[in-house]
Ligand binder design. Sequence first.
Ligand code: GLU
Length: 489
Amino acid sequence: MSSIVRLRFAPSPTGHLHVGGARTALYSYLYAKGHDGEFILRVEDTDEERSTEEAMKSQLEALDWLGLRWDEGPDAETLVDRGDHGPYRQSQRLAIYKKYSDQLLAEGLAYYCFLTDEEIDAQREKAKGTVGAFQVESPYREWTLEQAQKRIDAGENAVVRFKADRSKTHYQFKDLVRGDVKFPSDMVGDFVLLRSSGMPVYNFCCVIDDALMQMTHVFRSEEHLNNTLRQLMIYEALGFQIPEFGHFSMILGEDKQKLSKRHGATSVQQFRDRGFLPDALINYLALLGWTHPKEEEILPKADLVSSFGLDRITSSPAVFDEKKLTWINANHIKRLDKDRLWGLLEPRLKAAGLELPTESTWIEKSLQVFSSYLETLEDAVSLYQPISPKHFDIDAAADQVFEWDTSKSVFEAWKSILSATDSEFLSEEQFVQAQDQVKESCGVKGKNLFMPIRVAIIGKPHGAELKILVPLVSKSELLRRVDLVLAKA
Ligand code: GLU
């Protein structure tokens, strides 16, 4: 086995990358990188009905976006393999699996089985009510290869079944997360390695690939524990060295059920689209089942790599808490330098159709004002919207303000004070002063003062804090707005 630490992430391309999968990938990546090791990506696409090229691309893209770059595996963009242990897509390794299946058949450790589905169903029916899990009893278990070959040559279909070692009472291994794990070996009977179509099953491919790709550690979710028993049997039969296993607990929704679509966003892409930063997402996912030695919570990727270890992994299930993720995201946003932040916000603001000034001083000023309010990048859209000329309209909620006798004089005073200022943008102080002047000249105060001013600036009597907003809207735009309001008054 390799002396270098090697871990892989082995997604099945049947959908988008789920945050649970992303966490498994992250832990494998962090462990590999923290040990100067290698992180490998392998695509488990032997389920022909459920695997798609599109899902594969989407998963690679999501991993790449998260920054979990792999040393070996298909390139995220070109899909061309990189590394010495390829191909990395199982659908391109069928000849390899066939070779090992032939080896097991030749050694009498596997056999061709001709049982039909109906015959197996009948066995299952008969076994109902008996203790223990149902196991297939194949009459072909002791057939010679020659006997079987004759039937295959005659055109019959057969699966290749693993011949479970009935002399063994149990299988045991030391899990890096869960400690000693012991399985009674009769938990599984003779299981299928190759379907009658010749397609190998997950457990078989997984063992062969993990061995040939020289994995030193295999991390995955605890849902796979039962597979690990079958895999241990296959390792033994093929004489491969067994890697170290670590099975992580599940991620649950707030109702303590397995995290699924009905809990809301679950795929990495959904979080990306909603404006989460990749570093924030991996920071949060790292903490879903692991704690930092000093219990720090805002952790840049480099700190995750240097501090991650299995000793602080919990074996109890973790509950996905979107509020905490959002808090972590806001913290990562605050740490971004302003150019980078604008680079991330600008496309979202454009996509939302907002028309905003483009001068760098304006951009800087807007970020000074807004960045501390951003919990996600997408929040920028509602924060910047009141500035966009195209998005100004007079809301129905402003109707009551138009009914007050004093409102018109407030609009007019605001307009004349605004016209008299000589700068293109009012400062916060200038705006506060202007409000005082309106108050003096009209003799109104309280809501009769503030609500009409608000309507003249944002078109509605409630919402965005004006002191913050006004310095970001040009004088000419403010004048255009008050004119629209006056036309209605
Ligand atoms: N393709 C399997 C899955 O997506 C991988 C399990 C493993 O890591 O062995 O669940």
